[in-house]
Design a protein around this ligand. Sequence first.
Ligand code: SF4
Ligand code: SF4
Length: 306
Amino acid sequence: MQIKSQALSLGFDACGFAAAALVDDEAEARYDRWLEQGHNGCMQWAAGHRDLRRDPSLLLDGAKTVISLALNYYPAQFQPAETLRVAYYAYGRDYHEVMREKLSELSDFIEQITSCPTRPCVDSAPIRERYWAQQSGLGFIGRNDCLILPGKGSFFFLGEIVTTAQLPPDEPCTMTCGSCGKCIESCPSGALRENGAADASRCLSCLLIENHDEDLPSWVSEVIGNRVVGCDECQLCCPHNAHAVATTIDDFDPTEAVMTLTRERVEQMTGGEFKRTFAHSAILRLRYKTLLRNARLAVIDEKTCK
Ligand code: SF4
Ligand code: SF4
């Protein structure tokens, strides 16, 4: 299939198609329960646009297919132990920029060969990206709430292209975690449970990135370790990532600012310098005062783990 070959030649690691039907009842009910239990935590936005989240045809009139794409960001190089820890997703250039460029090239190609309109999405539209990735056969949603690509792991950014082109749907991925529960045991803050999506109100990753309050809940200081941007523990411990292969996308290599990030460095920065330093980084989303709060709370002597 021309579209899939083009996706691979643009650097995507996986590409799959799903019919742009309504999100199924079971997935909707799970999402409802997650919200009802308040497990979206500070991600209030997750409760909005429920109609668009369910129906891709509201994102693009006449949508027939959702194309899911995955981009590997597993690093080739890791932060030194003495630095404040940044989750791998934020090591290099902002993935929104990289993904948007690649999606838009692929969208142009699809429009050329099908004469059908497309809408690329990279966190830019309310769409259930892991659901669609599973439906289009890319992988399954693990107990750590991440999309796991069998044989490749979970360190992948996801993007979608909604199109009115009718493309042959792939088989949904039916794999599961089986009896494994390593991520539940490894989560430092008890955010994962056997039967349910992650509780964002307990998830360090969400709290460090999305919560901009002056103070975090007091228990955070006991489990933060040296993390200041996100948390990768439930992915690092996952057996599916044991053989993760480094990305070939240079844009995802760690920046100098990430490789030298210390509490002193953060404290010496001004707000303006923060903006310049992280202008093309996902770290910009934190805002300076949030990074400073996290850096002051972090316990520096922990080893960076891979
Ligand atoms: S990102 Fe960290 S805190 Fe959040 S669920 Fe995973 S291991 Fe737990
Ligand atoms: S660690 Fe085990 S339970 Fe958790 S996502 Fe990976 S395979 Fe699933």
